[in-house]
Write a protein that binds this ligand. Sequence first.
Ligand code: ZN
Length: 155
Amino acid sequence: MNDMEDLIEWLRGVATEHNITVFTESQWPSNWVPQSQIEMRCVWYNPNWFPACERPLTLAHEIGHILSGDGPSNSCNYCSVNEKAESNGDLIAIMLLLKYCRTHDITFETKQQLIEAFKIPTSMVKSVDRATDYTLYSMRKKYSELAATSTGVFI
Ligand SMILES: [Zn+2]
């Protein structure tokens, strides 16, 4: 996807909207793992993360930790989008992604096309199912604003 930078900018806007500070440092090495701190509402986003195609999802995932607000204080002291036990961060990351698609008139015919377009790693596919699952009433209620925009990206 060519507009990765646009998505990253949009995610930064989401962070600002929710009083989340995004720290970034152009000299971080590519393997410096993005982090978040819930009480401080801070996210450390690595603009050099490699592979580059995962960058938007790493940012969305860290923002997801803050928005979920129910994790331990060092919710993400070591995690990447490839890690598994990170379901809240992943779920909200996907919800944010779907909201981005919705607000940018980006649609897909199938889930697989969405996954390929955003290079969603295998470990997050389950979260795609959850985010698009109408039966998740409790989660949809809790994240109602995001949930309201979670569907409708498939034509
Ligand atoms: Zn995490």
